[in-house]
Design a protein around this ligand. Sequence first.
Ligand SMILES: O=P(O)(O)OC[C@H]1O[C@H](OP(=O)(O)OP(=O)(O)O)[C@H](O)[C@@H]1O
Ligand SMILES: O=c1[nH]c(=O)c2nc[nH]c2[nH]1
Ligand SMILES: [Mg+2]
Length: 157
Amino acid sequence: MSDHPFTKTFPVSWWELHRDSRALAWRLMERGPFQGVVAITRGGLVPAAVVARELEIRTIDTICIASYDDKKQGELTVLKGVPGDGEGWVVVDDLVDTGKTYRKVREMLPKAHFATVYAKPAGRPLVDSYVTEVSQDTWILFPWDAEMQEVAPIARR
Ligand SMILES: O=P(O)(O)OC[C@H]1O[C@H](OP(=O)(O)OP(=O)(O)O)[C@H](O)[C@@H]1O
Ligand SMILES: O=c1[nH]c(=O)c2nc[nH]c2[nH]1
Ligand SMILES: [Mg+2]
């Protein structure tokens, strides 16, 4: 038996991620202005760069958190935080899944606005702005975790 709950894969290309991060920026335009962007490393770095570019924000900080090893979530480790309570800042991550990461970051920055590109149902209550909902049993495959591969014709699979 598999040691993770994912039965489907939702692959996202660089282009799709750029488009969806821009769509997030449009939503955030209505919720700002923000004085800075906090990216949750590492997955939040690319969407945060796109959001910061679109909102013309040049003040960017990072919270460094790790919890998943491959598709399995383990203990959450905060490697680096940021000063303050988050007032006027928007926090950006690639996705919210169980919500464990954002629950922790909300404790650290209670006044920030919380954004992700993708959201699964269990984590959705932890996010203020997101673009696309994906089912809980789906693994989102990001372009930095993938490469082009040859596949067999469907008739032979
Ligand atoms: O809502 P949760 O269940 O907490 O999961 C969401 C978090 O998990 C992933 O990060 P990961 O810990 O894999 O680190 P990474 O961003 O460096 O890949 C993802 O980028 C989110 O930050
Ligand atoms: O690349 C990823 N895809 C996911 O669906 C996911 N959920 C938690 N962490 C994740 N990382
Ligand atoms: Mg992450």
